[in-house]
Ligand binder design. Sequence first.
Ligand code: CA
Length: 534
Amino acid sequence: MNFNKTLCGPFIAQCVSEGCRILGTISRLRIRVISNVCQGCLLVAICFAVLFASPALGDSKPNIVFILVDDLGNADVGFNGSTYYETPNIDALAKGGLVIENAYMYPTCSPSRTALATGKQSFRTGVYTVPVLEAGDDQANIFSRWTVGEEHIMYSQPLADVGYKSIHLGKWHLVGPYPKEELAMEYPLKKKLKQPDPWDFSWVPYHKEHCQKYYPEGRGYLKNVGGTYRGDPALEIGGYKGKTGGYFAPFSNPFIEPKPDDEWLTDRLTDDAIEFMDEHQEDPFLINMHYYTVHRPIRGRSKELVQKYLEKPGDPITGQGMGEGKNKLRDAEYATMIESLDDNVGRIVQFLDDNGLRENTLIVFTSDNGQNVGSNDKLRGKKGYIYEGGIRVPTCMNWPGKIDARRTQTAVAGLDLFPTFMDIAGIDYDGVLDGDSVTGLFQGEPESLQNRPLFWHLASCYKHGACSVIRKNNLKLIQFLADGKMELYDLDNDPREEHNLAETNPEQTQALLKELVDWRKSNDVPLPPGSVLR
Ligand SMILES: [Ca+2]
């Protein structure tokens, strides 16, 4: 770790403090004849000893700012080619850092967020999709869990154990509305889970009194701003059709303390993140900034901004801003939400710069699944689909001096973030993790990451049937679990996944299928009861 100016002050102070502590110990041992000169020499010697011997000081723990956007599509940012949306601040992070072109999540919020938080595959946590969305019966599905059980450790917990001060802001979604009833049900569930109307707050008292263990505060965070069971902020009468949409104040969110100057949710969450960073500049901190934006309901940030995008030409390649009639307005409003997101990312980076924290801070920027409202004609599918438009997300990592500015094609999964955070914090974590640290990509292209397979297992049906998937090098094999039907795509030559090669390339299909089946068997991955597979 290179010491920058900001770190030197606390470091010298700690050296002196450590020196004094040791000198005090020596004094207590009644070694009394130490001249002032000798004490000075000893202090300097101790400073050097502490510098070279203490990993806690010689390897100061970096801050982590983890920005997770909701439903932001792969092409919804300038750094992935959008000419319609405006993201100059995010693009600057990407330009100065590592753009991961093949960054993957699950196709929906719940399994992605559970995998990110726990570092575990869906089959270990039972979270396969957003509960309540499943199509079909208990033969076609293993209905998804909602609440992430205490036995599944989240990255925030080992980070807290080594001194990180952490705050969660925005969407949580890792607890169900009725965790007591849910966890008492026999598993696998016979029926999919239910949720209350957004304006029904009867669950709040029980959650506040009894469910802290499923909330950020029970997972190593000092504070939760806005995290609930819900996957959107629309907690008011009318839900998505309500006046504020949850984005304009008053927020109606029982986990956000109203402030007099509240106006727009994305701004407010950023205010609280900056306040927390300001309070904890001397600590390693984790900012788990999981913005609700740009999830529905779509709201225009201001009339002026909406007008700007209504007048701006759309992008015929991606289809962004090309809507007609009502869709044109929706496209423009969505663009204002992205611009607001970008403004707020800029505010966070500005704070880090102004306070000399950038060189000791890893910033991760990504999304939890593909676009829902946005358009991307360059990829097949969108949120909910196992095709690239549903799972490939805009991602960059920035850490000046530690991460080279470049783009990589090496595939990275959301599962990799937990082990990456452990790696940079110097934590030897011994729990089950299904991903790998990707710090090797910070300044190179490790073969171990380039050639590894990535796996998905969706044991519930939403936009299409239950399936499992292997992606290795440029090939992606999807096996549907109901009937065993397979699709093989060459992502290098067919990024839109239009040509199923399963029939014409039997050797590659069988090789990948064997690897996929071996993975399922060696991990006892469960299949829906109605599956023809074994
Ligand atoms: Ca999402």
